[in-house]
Structures are given as C-alpha cells and as structure tokens.
Design a protein around this ligand. Structure first.
Ligand SMILES: C[S@@+](CC[C@H](N)C(=O)[O-])C[C@H]1O[C@@H](n2cnc3c(N)ncnc32)[C@H](O)[C@@H]1O
Length: 290
C-alpha cells in the first residue's frame, strides 16, 4: 500500500478536477491530431493518477482497450470506482506487469520528470509492440492569473502560509518529486537515446478562461471550482505537512475563507461581472515510435 503522492504531494480532488478540464472533450480534436494513434488497440497510461486522462482516452478511442498503472493505492481505488471498464492496476512504472511487446501505445502526463529515465523509457520500450507509439505529455510554463477576489490575501492567510513555508518547501525533496526535470530539448533527445525513432514534438495550449463566452456556464463553474478544489486541498495538506506549526482549527478557518472567496467569484460570474482570470496550460507532447 503506497499512498505517498495522494497524501503529501497532490490530492485526488486536485488532480482529478484539473485534468477533467484539461482533457475535456472540448479539446478532443487537438489531442487526437497530435497523438496519431487512431488505429491502435491497446493503450497503457503510466502514472495515471486518479484516471481523468485514461477516461478521456476510453471515450476518444472507443474500440481500444485502455489500461492505467499508478503506484498510489488511493488513486487506483478512486479510478476503478469512476470507470470499472478501464483496467487499472497498482504498480511501478519501473517494473511494469505487462509482457514484452504487448501494448500499442504508452502515454503519460506529467510523470517523466519523477522517474529515472532509463527505467521510465526502458520499460515502455520493452512493453511496446514493434511500431508502437510512446507519448510523453509534459507541462510547460503556462499562464495563471487569479481574479482579485481570490488573489487578495487576508492577514490571517499570509501569516499561515508564511508559518508553513519551510515544511512545504521540503515536500518535493523528501518524496523525490521532480527529481529528473528535462527541458524542451532534453526530452526528445532522451526519447531517442532510449531507442525511439521518428520522434516529434508538439505544443498544445489549453485556455481555461471562465469569462470566455465560448464556454458554457457549467464549464465556467467547473473551471472556478477546480481552482477552489486545488486551494482547499492545499489547506488540508497543511495538516499532514506542517502539523507541528498549524492547528486543525486554523485549517478549518483557512478553508472557510477559501470557500467564501470562490463563492464570490461564482457570484461575479453569475452576475456577468467579468474578471478575465485565466489558466492557460502549455502541454508539450513528445511522440516516438518503437
Ligand atoms: C504529477 S502526478 C500525475 C498524475 C496523472 N498523470 C495526472 O496527470 O493527473 C504523477 C503521478 O506519477 C505517479 N508515479 C510517480 N512515480 C511512479 C512510479 N515509479 N510508478 C508508478 N507511478 C508513479 C504518482 O503516483 C502520480 O500519480
């Protein structure tokens, strides 16, 4: 039983809600054009987390069988509940429980930077069939602008985050988060180094701006509430990461403030008072063939 990621790094709510939007059907054609895997039958997602991308892949490629592997037990239990038709298993990307040459596509989103490259690529190369496709999705610097009603902090908030600063900064190192970062040149070079050919790179921008009239009210609310969830998870993290300096009552107060800010943001949206706050993610897609 391994629950490190979901407990200390990113919670289910954070990963699932943000990825539901990033891999929403609204952007399906963009992803499919870049993935070029329409004829493939067995797709394996490595480090699938709570499963939002795997669910999208199952919808976008209905004739394919989708598998998901992650080391975190909480993510796999949640993912299985969300979609029992996807074959999720708890497992390590450095020792995949798949036969040699048994899948057509391997895909991962924001996972490569956490796993030693010879194992990350070596295992995918091993399980891929001849002409199989390896897709590595990697988050690049995006744009994140919050509405003033969210970004303005009370004295209480400032003081809490300041007090927990040291403990929060230690989390990544303690759990080897992002231990193998690679820039936009190193990623494709690395894929080639481990034997993949016809390597290509593409960059997809996903623009999550609730006030854009092209988005429905439901989608706009989902965007605002995904950010709410990330903030609430961040407050809950304090109880696990900074237990010695923050009390449970303080976390409850912090969550009350966060909820009132996001309620205000929803109210402004519903009244048509635009804020133009935005979250633009830039995803690099590196594609290689075996
Ligand atoms: C940044 S999260 C991304 C999760 C998911 N791909 C998403 O976009 O929501 C990184 C994921 O990689 C998983 N992970 C890290 N190292 C792993 C390993 N060696 N084997 C399997 N999963 C691993 C973590 O448990 C976590 O779910």
């Amino acid at each position: 039983m391994n629950t490190i990621w979901s407990t200390y790094v990113q919670g289910i709510g954070t990963l699932y809600n943000t990825r539901l939007l990033r891999f929403s059907d609204l952007f399906q054609s963009k992803y499919r054009e870049v993935f070029r895997i329409d004829d493939k039958k067995r797709i394996l997602e490595i480090g699938c987390g709570p499963g939002a991308l795997a669910e999208s892949l199952a919808r976008w490629y209905p004739s394919a069988q989708v598998f998901g592997v992650d080391r975190d037990s909480n993510f796999i239990a949640f993912a299985k509940q969300q979609n029992p038709l996807i074959q999720y298993t708890e497992g390590d990307a450095t020792a995949l429980a798949f036969e040699n040459e048994s899948v057509d596509v391997t895909i991962s989103n924001t996972v490569a930077e956490h796993i030693e490259p010879s194992k990350f690529y070596g295992e995918q190369y091993r399980v891929l069939k001849e002409n199989g496709v390896c897709l590595v999705l990697s988050a690049r610097r995006g744009i994140n602008i919050a509405a003033p009603c969210i970004s303005e902090q009370t004295k209480f908030e400032k003081e809490i985050w300041k007090r927990a600063e040291k403990q929060l900064a230690e989390v990544d190192e303690k759990f080897s988060v992002c231990a193998y970062p690679q820039n936009e040149a190193e990623l494709p070079l690395c894929m080639e180094q481990y034997g993949f050919r016809n390597v290509t790179t593409e960059y997809l921008t996903i623009n999550l701006t609730p006030d854009n009239p092209s988005y429905s009210k439901e989608t706009a609310h989902a965007m605002i509430n995904a950010n709410r969830q990330v903030s609430l998870d961040g407050a809950d993290d304090l109880l696990r990461v900074a237990t010695d300096v923050i009390t449970a009552d303080e976390v409850e107060e912090l969550k009350r403030i966060i909820n009132s800010k996001y309620d205000k943001r929803i109210e402004l949206y519903d009244k048509g008072i635009k804020q133009w706050d935005t979250n633009v993610s830039v995803t690099m897609v590196v594609r290689g063939e075996k």
